[in-house]
Design a binder for this molecule. Structure first.
Ligand SMILES: NC(=O)c1ccc[n+]([C@@H]2O[C@H](COP(=O)([O-])OP(=O)(O)OC[C@H]3O[C@@H](n4cnc5c(N)ncnc54)[C@H](OP(=O)(O)O)[C@@H]3O)[C@@H](O)[C@H]2O)c1
Length: 200
């Protein structure tokens, strides 16, 4: 089994890769490092990546950025960061990737708790997460060749606690093994169109 993990060197990605490596051949995609370099904010780069790599059994995206900032300060351009990277980057991963996905393969995207339980400074980031949830529910209805599409939405993960704790007062850091299991469930289970929420 061949699995592409975009963001496989990131905080969440590296833990997911560690577990997946016991089960499959892993190709790590990243913007600055990895087996294959890709900028998910650029659809030509995504197309080139799939062309170079060929068919896969699963695509897991644990990457994508959005701009955080006070609502009164966020500019139109600031919103486009999240729209181009985290939202359209993941949409394009599925839209383009379906041509390279083997029969019965799966896509797993990543959002986060902000879609349902936003905190201040996240008007853009929360909006993008919510958009991805709706995309997953709708696009999963139309996938062909037995393909599946799910999204893992985690709360603030324990490995990022120091970085994010001031933004998420009172939130419980999510144990990494629970987050990793969300990806395992999406890839190796049979669910389709699921929003796999891991909020506590
Ligand atoms: N940390 C949390 O508590 C948490 C909770 C829920 C959801 N999330 C979401 O989960 C995702 C990963 O979070 P993380 O904390 O693991 O982030 P991270 O440590 O910053 O890692 C992000 C990874 O994504 C890659 N990446 C970023 N932009 C990219 C692009 N345009 N094209 C290709 N690769 C790109 C990075 O590669 P380079 O280093 O090479 O740029 C890096 O490997 C994010 O979308 C985040 O919003 C995070």
């Amino acid at each position: 089994m061949k699995i592409l993990v975009i963001g496989g060197h990131g905080t969440i990605g590296k833990q997911v890769v560690k577990t997946l490596m016991e089960k499959a051949e892993i190709i790590i995609g990243g913007r600055t490092q990895g087996d294959i370099v890709v900028d998910m904010a650029d659809s030509t780069s995504i197309q080139n990546m799939f062309e170079e790599m060929g068919a896969v059994d699963a695509v897991v995206c644990i990457a994508g950025e959005a701009k955080w900032g006070n609502f009164e300060d966020l500019t139109e351009e600031d919103y486009y960061v999240g729209l181009k990277s985290k939202l359209m980057g993941q949409v394009n991963m599925v839209r383009i990737g379906q041509q390279y996905m083997k029969e019965g393969g799966s896509f797993t995207l990543t959002t986060g708790i902000l879609a349902d339980d936003p905190v201040v400074r996240t008007a853009s980031a929360a909006m993008v997460n919510g958009g991805i949830h709706s995309f997953v529910k709708a696009a999963s209805l139309e996938l062909k060749n037995g393909h599946r599409l799910n999204v893992v939405a985690a709360g603030m993960v324990e490995d990022a606690y120091e970085k994010y704790k001031d933004y998420f007062p009172g939130h419980n850091p999510i144990p990494m093994n629970k987050v990793v299991n969300g990806y395992i469930r999406s890839i190796f289970g049979k669910g389709n169109g699921e929003i796999i929420r891991i909020y506590d």
